[in-house]
Write a protein that binds this ligand. Structure first.
Ligand code: NAD
Length: 342
């Protein structure tokens, strides 16, 4: 199999190169993101391996199909950047549904703790020989309420972490788990009752801008919003307005609505053109990381291993356990015992 990896960094090669040698696969690592301008580079490749900020729109999928690509192997869990309807009956799409829910949940916890105790500001101060603690007061998390939106794999790990801090946990999910050891509430109640709100649901047409001006207005004035899921779950303009008006306590963001342009790249010598990102970075009570929730050794190892297994299963005509299509969950033929979605 010839595999074209897009949007790659040196750390993507660490586990992939030795594994691909074991499988006998030939890999070309492209630093460019996959989009309409770069899609033609896939000529002669069987598989395209893409990541969270690659564009797999209808145009791109048509180009890949015409170039002979048979499989799109997403090396991530989320797949909101794939036009599944266009891929259906043309190119199979697989992903890595679960690599380490701990990696993302622990990063959400890191954002929560840092933001609450203002570690990001304390670090800057002490590096500058400023040992004043004025303005750095936080709250005890013990006894406070954590509201978790989405109780899947990552949300449940985050719930457990919050319980470990002695927090009360409430959650919202349209598909609740059986016998939960936490309380499900409505989404609006969750926003009203929580001291920490953490988003752990996928980005879909239904969840886009789930955090809007109305929901932000329902939050307690000291409450913190943590988003490690997808940027477009939050309406950025509404968030900026809420922060400007001190309607909420702060935001810890590992993802951003328009992150494709900036995240994972070094712009430290350039002027930031994105005014919304610049405004968010200007708030003392906003902590932004660059989509690094997944970035632990264990997660990277697992991503490489599952990606190679997915490709191997495709090559050998085996059941594609990790395939996804737009009919999955409804009328997908895989549910009837077929090996593939089409
Ligand atoms: P999962 O599929 O196990 O869980 C998602 C949960 O969201 C499910 O329980 C589902 O029922 C729920 N959900 C669906 N629609 C919802 C809605 N409208 N409101 C509330 N909940 C809803 O997924 P996961 O592995 O826990 O991952 C969650 C998200 O984390 C992914 O979709 C992805 O966007 C994000 N993620 C981020 C990183 C990162 O590096 N920051 C890494 C991996 C995943």
């Amino acid at each position: 199999m010839k595999i074209a990896f897009f949007d790659t960094k040196p750390y993507d090669k660490t586990w992939t190169v030795p594994l691909s040698a074991q499988y006998g696969y030939e890999i070309k690592f492209f630093e460019h993101k996959l989009n309409v301008d770069t899609a033609a580079l896939t000529k002669g490749y069987d598989v395209v391996c893409a990541f969270v900020n690659d564009t797999l729109s209808s145009d791109v999928i048509d180009i890949l199909y015409n170039m002979g690509v048979k499989l799109i192997a997403m090396r991530c869990a989320g797949y909101n950047n794939v036009d599944f309807k266009s891929a259906y009956n043309k190119i199979n799409v697989v992903r890595v549904p679960s690599y380490s829910p701990h990696s993302v949940a622990e990063h959400a916890a890191a954002l929560m703790l840092s933001l609450n105790r203002k570690i990001h500001r304390a670090y800057g101060r002490t590096r500058d020989n400023n040992f004043s603690i004025n303005g750095l007061m936080g709250i005890d998390l013990n006894g406070k309420t954590a509201g978790i939106v989405g109780t899947g794999k990552i949300g449940q790990v985050f719930l457990g972490i919050c319980k470990g801090f002695g927090m009360k946990t409430i959650a919202y999910d349209p598909y609740p788990v059986d016998n939960p050891d936490f309380e499900y509430v409505s989404l609006n109640n969750l926003f009203e009752l929580s001291d920490i709100i953490s988003l752990h649901c996928p980005l879909t047409p239904e969840t886009k801008h789930l955090v809007n001006a109305d929901r932000l207005a329902r939050m307690k004035p000291e409450a913190l919003l943590i988003n490690t899921s997808r940027g477009a779950l939050v309406n950025t303009h509404a968030l900026i307005e809420a922060l400007r008006a001190s309607k909420i306590g702060g935001a810890g963001l590992d993802v951003y609505e328009e992150e494709e342009e900036y995240f994972f790249e070094d712009f430290s010598n350039e002027v930031l053109i994105d005014d919304d990102l610049a405004r968010l970075l200007s708030f003392p009570n906003v902590l932004i990381t660059s989509h690094q929730g997944f970035f632990t050794r264990e997660a990277m190892q697992e991503i490489a291993a599952v990606t190679m297994k997915n490709i191997h299963a495709f090559e050998n005509g085996e059941t594609l356990e990790n395939e996804v299509c737009y009919r999955c969950g409804t009328a997908c033929v895989k549910k009837e015992g077929h090996k593939r979605c089409f």
